[in-house]
Design a binder for this molecule. Structure first.
Ligand code: ZN
Length: 149
């Protein structure tokens, strides 16, 4: 019994190590210039879950220069952004229960940060994904590619 327990613990340690070694954790910054710090992000196919941290390095409040991070298929960006705008700030500018959205963070302002963990279930390395900020007027500039590799 003791040996089995030890093996299980060893297996857990190995998988935890692999998760961090495989870059299943991403950090992206945003600023008062309406920019993300990366134009593209990717995670290995092995990542069943991805932890995403969004940092706002600016000083402006969320009401003026709010940013979030929304993940969807590239072809859905415009529609998700305009539905998000209608959904308003109370919904973080994302339509509630929007099936086109794989993940999104709350809207944050300068000096704040937020982290989410999301499943990559239903995503594929053969599809084109985009991340973007759905704060009104931002998605045209604050946008990048997201790939499963
Ligand atoms: Zn923004």
């Amino acid at each position: 019994m003791k040996i089995i327990k030890k093996l299980a613990v060893a297996a857990l340690c190995i998988s935890a190590f692999q998760a961090s070694a495989n870059n299943c954790e991403l950090t992206i910054e945003s600023n008062d210039m309406m920019q993300f710090s990366a134009k593209s992000l990717s995670v290995p196919e092995k990542c069943e879950e991805v932890k995403l941290t969004l940092v706002h390095t600016g000083k402006l409040p969320a009401t003026v220069m709010g940013h979030n991070w929304v993940l969807t298929e590239k072809r859905n960006v415009k529609a998700v952004a305009s539905d998000g705008m209608r959904a308003g700030v109370k919904n973080s500018y994302v339509k509630p229960d929007d099936a086109r959205v794989f993940a999104y963070t709350p809207v944050i302002g300068g000096g704040e940060s937020t982290s989410i963990t999301f499943s990559t279930k239903g995503m594929s390395k053969n599809k084109d994904y985009n991340f973007f900020c759905s704060f009104p007027g931002h998605f045209a500039i604050m946008k990048g590619t997201f790939k499963i590799v």
